[in-house]
Design a binder for this molecule. Structure first.
Ligand SMILES: Cc1ncc(COP(=O)(O)O)c(C=O)c1O
Length: 389
């Protein structure tokens, strides 16, 4: 009945029936609906990174431009997850993540767009768990849109686990007569995996349209909870593409993620071993969300050289890992066309400003003589601006 309702006047924030790509129609279950939450397709452009191996070309898919407050890779997963939440009659969303979780921020904004309540469980260090979490980065947006924030310590998160913690909150809300819908950390379950299966279709459509016949030999992305690379790897494999998918994990370790990705694709009844469809390398460095000065310096140099600002927790570490691999194994990458997926997360940079301050410079008091007379501008554009007729 719902599908015979009149088309909404604007596509953004509308919910519509979902049709998978032809090569994915045998997956099971197939989501019935999708919400339009992001600005897609996100652009792809050449990324002129310095010091590439001979003949290597790197392109970048700007999923960081999929929105503003609601941006990055999480939007693609939320398009499916929130469609299910609404179909189930939910009146609020529960999810969980680290204190600067981009996923939690994106979920809070998307929930509010759809007039749903939002409950976030955020883990932080033991010494900060009883204090006001402040307004840095993602927290500013979450608190402005009125998400409820429950803090727990990292130790509690590690010992109790995300499933039990979200269940506690769910039971509490149910007893108050609410209808909560739980999204796992990072939005990474089998339903969320469709987000990057769809991204593969999007990339293929972009390549089909006036891209000068480019095909990518490799796709590279960061891996934090596994859903992004699961979707990329599954979509690439199912579509019969020869492109290799590489993941750089920023938490846990590659073995953990091989199992986790396989769990996500098993949940869609795809019969494939994760090791056959994705190559996962470690880019965790000092630990999840902890940066070395070398990593931040690398990000600063890339920003300065190319204008592309990476985030410190995910795409920054993934690009650092990729460039290190290119330097150590140039033969592996020589002559290849690589697509790096920028998965967003720029608000996470605000938590790193103290570490970044010594890396950036170039400000000065402007040197002006006190005797310069004031001139009043008219605000009109100079005649010379226009091309002569
Ligand atoms: C900005 C950003 N990039 C990449 C990732 C990793 O994606 P996934 O959780 O799907 O592995 C995340 C979240 O974990 C993220 O917030």
């Amino acid at each position: 009945m719902e599908d015979s309702m009149p088309e909404p006047p604007f596509e953004f924030l509308s919910r519509k029936p979902y049709m998978p790509p032809l090569w994915a129609t045998h997956l099971n279950p197939i989501p019935s609906h999708i919400f339009s939450l992001g600005h897609f397709p996100t652009p792809i452009h050449k990324w002129n990174l310095p010091n590439l191996p001979k003949g290597t070309e790197v392109y970048i898919k700007r999923d960081d431009l999929s929105g503003m407050q609601l941006s990055g890779n999480k939007v693609r997963k939320l398009e499916f997850l929130l469609a299910e939440a609404v179909a189930q009659g939910a009146d609020c969303i529960i999810t969980i993540g680290g204190i600067q979780s981009n996923h939690c921020r994106a979920t809070a904004v998307a929930a509010k767009y759809l007039n749903l309540g939002c409950y976030l469980i955020l883990f932080t260090s033991e010494k900060l768990v009883d204090k006001d979490p402040g307004l840095t980065g993602n927290l500013l947006v979450e608190r402005l849109v009125g998400a409820h924030v429950d803090l727990i310590s990292k130790e509690e998160y590690a010992s109790i686990g995300g499933v039990a913690l979200t269940n506690i909150l769910k039971e509490r809300l149910l007893s108050e007569g609410r209808k909560p819908y739980v999204i796992p950390g990072g939005g990474s379950n089998s339903l969320g995996t469709w987000g990057y299966v769809e991204a593969v279709r999007e990339i293929q459509e972009q390549l089909g349209k006036g891209s000068g016949g480019i095909t990518f030999d490799d796709i590279v992305a960061a891996c934090g909870s596994g859903g992004t690379i699961a979707g990329l790897a599954l979509g690439t494999w199912l579509s019969g593409s020869a492109t290799k998918v590489h993941a750089y994990c920023v938490s846990d370790d590659p073995n953990y993620f091989y199992d986790h990705v396989e769990g996500l694709t098993d949940g869609l009844q795809a019969v494939v071993s994760s090791r056959d469809i994705v190559n996962i390398q470690n880019a965790k460095g000092l630990g999840y969300a902890i940066n070395t000065t070398e990593e931040l310096t690398f990000m600063q140099e890339i920003a300065k050289a190319t204008g592309v600002v990476l985030d410190p927790v995910y795409s920054g570490k993934a690009a650092y890992g990729m460039m290190r691999d290119m330097a150590e194994n140039p033969r592996k990458w020589e002559g290849r066309k690589v697509l790096f997926v920028h998965t967003g997360g720029l608000l996470g940079l605000y938590e790193k400003t103290e570490q970044i301050v010594p890396l950036v410079g170039n400000w000065r008091r402007m040197d002006i003589q006190a005797s310069i007379p004031r001139q009043v501008g008219t605000g009109k554009v100079s005649r010379n601006f226009y091309r002569p007729m």
